[in-house]
Design a protein around this ligand. Structure first.
Ligand code: SAM
Length: 237
């Protein structure tokens, strides 16, 4: 093998996610438990034999392609949002999406494996993935080896705090009520996503007058800060 070997990877499945755009997706899996999605296996991987026994595992590793940013390339140094966006670290010291190989890895909860007319679907929750993310591998999560509770994690030693309280106007509550049969988890999803304060690092911990929008389940959700620590969701359309 030469030092410059290249390998071809095949997509094994595609993710359906509530996150239609990058803005406001949590930085890691497990931070927003109300995020529910599925992986639809594709091509030769759409065969129930590939997942025989996987139902014994509560959590799985997903290896995936950062397809939304892959074409933007990468640089050796990046500015992790965790550090306020003003300190540079080596790309391999971070979980930046802009990597030499645009491969991501996330542990998610495996809720159910469904087979409908030979179509295999893995229903998952806690994901941090954009809609349509291509999956290149799936592996069982093995706590005795994968969960290292004494490991040092430098600048990412703690989960980010839930920074903000999230309130809904009467109008927004009424739309949630109408959507309740279709998307029962929508209120929890919006609350958990916004509590993390998706605004850029330089705006956090401050009030501002801007009207923001996020897209979840192909709906536009409008919100603003009504105090330095409180968000009001005022429109869901
Ligand atoms: N858990 C993964 C990892 O460590 O490799 C991803 C961490 S990365 C910091 C998480 C961010 O990736 C999300 O906040 C979202 O903005 C972005 N993201 C998720 N899916 C993506 C995709 N398919 N293409 C580009 N960016 C994506």
């Amino acid at each position: 093998m030469t030092h410059s070997a290249t390998f071809q990877l095949n997509t094994l499945g595609v993710v359906t996610s509530p996150y239609d755009e990058k803005f406001a997706i949590p930085r890691q899996p497990g931070l927003v438990s109300a995020a529910k999605g599925k992986i639809t296996l594709t091509g030769d991987a759409n065969n129930v034999e590939l997942v025989r026994g996987l139902e014994q595992f509560s959590h799985i590793w997903l290896l995936f392609i950062f397809h939304g940013t892959a074409e933007q390339g990468w640089k050796p140094l990046v500015r992790p949002p965790r550090l306020g966006g003003n300190k540079k670290l080596g790309v391999l010291a971070t979980r930046s999406t802009f990597r030499p190989n645009p491969i991501g890895m996330s542990v998610v909860k495996l809720d159910e494996i469904k087979v409908n007319n030979k179509q295999v679907e893995l229903h998952i929750s806690g994901l941090d993935l954009l809609d349509n993310t291509p999956i290149i591998d799936i592996k069982p999560y093995i706590p005795y080896s994968d969960a290292l509770t004494t490991a040092n994690a430098g600048f990412a030693d703690q989960a980010p705090d839930n920074k903000l309280d999230v309130h809904f106007t009467l109008a927004a509550q009424s739309t949630l009520q109408q959507l309740n049969d279709k998307i029962p988890e929508l209120k929890s999803l919006i609350t958990q996503v916004l509590a993390q304060d998706p605004r850029p690092a330089y705006k956090q911990a401050k009030g501002d007058n801007k009207i923001y929008g996020i897209r979840l389940y192909q709906r536009n959700i409008k919100w603003r800060l009504i105090s330095a620590s409180t968000i009001e969701v005022f429109e869901i359309s």
